[in-house]
Design a protein around this ligand. Structure first.
Ligand code: HPA
Ligand code: MG
Length: 218
């Protein structure tokens, strides 16, 4: 686990940017309140996380375990950044990429039952250096459950990269080893994070409007 001094902290009173200063898909124009983290900033921060990961893990073999669905964009961009660094440095980081799917959210609420799909073939992780890549950690319960699950396959080492960590009162205090942004306890979408499967096709991380919540509620 890391400490948050090395995450980019977004304060509780951060209002975000007005939507009309950026572009976003027309079909979501009424459904968002603000641009919370612009895509470019996500990319710049990801580039730095990649460098930290290279500094720590360079010259090891790793298995990247991407946590779907929300983690697909962050994982793809992080892996791309690591590949660029490998090309431009004398370190290398041979990677395999594997996928696991977790589901615990309905509307904007976490449900008790966590489903892990793709967990059958995790025996490939035995004896390996594993980098779990997750888009968001809020209470930390999901990550704890996943870590217990992965640990059962006896990897040599486990590191976790989380793009976002939420400041939630009921949190377990769990922190990933690499954290992109520490954010207030607000429901965010975009950059592959969804609300009932909507908004994955949005580049920026945004706050959903009340109207958006109503429109896509199930
Ligand atoms: N947005 C999308 N998915 C999530 C969030 C969020 O804020 N928190 C946990 N899963
Ligand atoms: Mg979701």
């Amino acid at each position: 686990m890391s400490d948050l001094s090395c995450a980019l902290q977004i304060p509780d009173d951060w209002p975000g940017y007005p939507l009309d200063l950026f572009t976003s898909p027309e079909h979501y124009c009424e459904d968002l309140e603000c641009v919370y983290i612009p895509h470019g900033v996500i990319m710049d921060r990801t580039e730095r996380l990649a460098r930290n990961i290279m500094d720590d893990l360079g010259d090891h073999d790793i298995v990247v375990l991407c946590v779907l669905k929300g983690g697909y964009q962050f994982c793809a961009d992080l892996v791309d950044c690591i590949k660029v660094l490998c090309r431009h440095s004398n370190k290398t980081l041979p990677m395999r990429v594997d996928f696991i799917r977790l589901k615990s959210y309905l509307n904007d609420q976490s449900t008790e039952d966590l489903h892990i799909e793709g967990a059958e073939n995790l025996s490939v992780l035995s004896g390996k250096n594993v980098l779990i890549v997750e888009a968001i950690v809020d209470t930390g319960k999901t990550m704890k459950t996943l870590l217990d699950h992965v640990e059962a396959f006896s990897p040599k080492m486990i590191k976790v990269a989380g793009l976002l960590v939420k400041r939630v009162p009921s949190g377990t205090g769990y922190l990933p080893d690499y954290v992109g942004f520490e954010i207030p306890n607000r429901f965010v979408v975009g950059y592959a994070l969804d609300y009932n499967e909507y908004f994955r096709d949005l580049n920026h991380i945004c706050v959903i409007s009340d109207r958006g919540k109503q429109k896509y509620k199930i």
